[in-house]
Design a protein around this ligand. Sequence first.
Ligand code: PXP
Length: 237
Amino acid sequence: MKKLNVNVDHVATLRQARLIDYPDPIDVIKLVQKSKANGIVMHLREDRRHIQDSDLLNFRKKIKFHFNLEIAPTIEMIKIANKIRPDVITLVPEKRMELTTEGGLDLLKNKSKINKVLSILNPKIKSMLFIDPDIKILDICKELKIYGVEINTGSYCEAKKIHIKKEVQKIKEASKYAKELGYFVAAGHGLNKYNISKIKNINEIEEYNIGHSIISDSIFNGIIKATNKIYDIINKR
Ligand code: PXP
């Protein structure tokens, strides 16, 4: 069976919009644990725009569930990972003005930096790199000690119709090559219940990390119930 990790960052986005303590991603993770999902993902961004350090500490205290922590490749972030001890970290590039992750790691530029940060990672934590579906980048991965790669599906998800085939092909080839190199192969970014159909049969992909579309869909699946609940409270005599 292929694995699914739910990224709960945007539960925290909703909370941070009001700077209050609700909705708490930890409460949502407890619900995700009751679903068929295999684990969760939280991305601690350098600007702390959604997930906070306290969420990671609360997770550690309260939850036992597969946890992939996404972080930028910096010493500060690796120190946090060593303290929190997720099962896996995924190193992801971050840009100051981004709305979300804009691409995979530029290993041509950052290989030695990534080597350096990985050298201080607790060896019990598995390390993955978020990379674009590009054979050249996978060739550079060979020089790093990593457990796996997460193939960036962002370009495929955003592609105009005429480019979709080409983007799927790139993901297929990269996944195949990554598997040949012995890596655990995951995929993610921008995936939803529609666009997953062209990606889900790529055998080499063992795991999908999906956030925004699941959190968005949960609104549609819950709005009637949530509205009726408060309506009934208002009208109860
Ligand atoms: N994988 C990585 C590396 C990401 O940065 C993100 C977004 O935080 C995701 C997967 C999930 O993307 P989405 O929220 O579009 O499903």
